[in-house]
Design a protein around this ligand. Structure first.
Ligand code: ATP
Length: 218
């Protein structure tokens, strides 16, 4: 089992008092599986993704990735997990403006000591970025920037890829191309994919779907 999530609870403290966002969510993901996470705005999708990605810790429950309980890790342990085993693609591309495209692509893999130059070249070629490698992010279009972000995420060969509306900032045609590439490359790398999406068409292209309603699996 790649990912096992068991009875996760998360409550945020707000000015109006405690606000329970996740109320006992459980799910599993096998290596090579692709799962669409759907649900209305505010149902807790991004929160669940953040917890699985180790960006935050749950109040209760277990998140086991490759046999390791990440809910029990401290901040340092979670940071190390994020650099290597888990890759995240957000709606915002979050590239480093002062680094050339080639160095943006290799950045996380180098940090995690998992840099494989040949794999990076393959990713850049497949994503059509060969001619952009010596440029800076601001010289690229939105679609190109998101392709760089995808290459950066896949460069350390994560076993789990998390994506939060990764094409939400792109026009429909560019979004389609970028999504095709993301799905192809995830399949090629053998990683599992958990993707938040509002698009039923996109959800239909993934192997399974998990629908959240008010912080619970519907
Ligand atoms: N840090 C926080 N502090 C307080 N409340 C928060 C925090 N983060 C999220 N929330 C609230 O928790 C609820 C769930 O948020 P979340 O972002 O997980 O929903 P979502 O399903 O991803 O929504 P969307 O589809 O709009 O992105 C929302 O009502 C949000 O306002």
């Amino acid at each position: 089992m790649l990912l096992h999530v068991d009875n996760i609870h998360k409550t945020y403290a707000t000015a109006d008092g405690p606000f329970p966002v996740l109320r006992g969510v459980s799910m599993d993901l096998q290596a090579g599986e692709t799962l669409a996470l759907t649900g209305e705005s505010g149902s807790g999708k991004s929160t669940l993704l953040h917890l699985i990605g180790g960006l935050d810790a749950p109040d209760q429950g277990q998140i086991v990735l490759n046999g390791q309980d990440i809910a029990a890790l401290d901040d340092k342990g979670r940071a190390s997990l994020r650099r290597g085993q888990v890759g995240v693609v957000f709606q915002q591309f979050n590239l480093i403006p002062s680094l050339k495209v080639a160095d943006n692509i290799a950045f996380q893999a180098r940090l995690a000591d998992r840099h494989d130059p040949q794999w990076c070249v393959m990713l850049a070629n497949r994503l059509g970025l060969e001619a952009q490698l010596q440029k800076y992010p601001e010289q690229l279009s939105g679609g190109q920037q998101q392709r760089v972000a995808i290459a950066r995420t896949l460069a350390p060969k994560p076993s789990l890829v998390l994506a939060d509306e990764p094409t939400g900032n792109l026009d429909e045609q560019t979004a389609g191309t970028v999504m095709d590439l993301l799905l192809d490359l995830v399949a090629q790398s053998g990683a599992g994919l958990l993707m938040v999406t509002h698009s039923m068409a996109l959800a239909g292209r993934l192997s399974r779907r998990l629908h959240l309603r008010a912080g619970q699996v519907a």
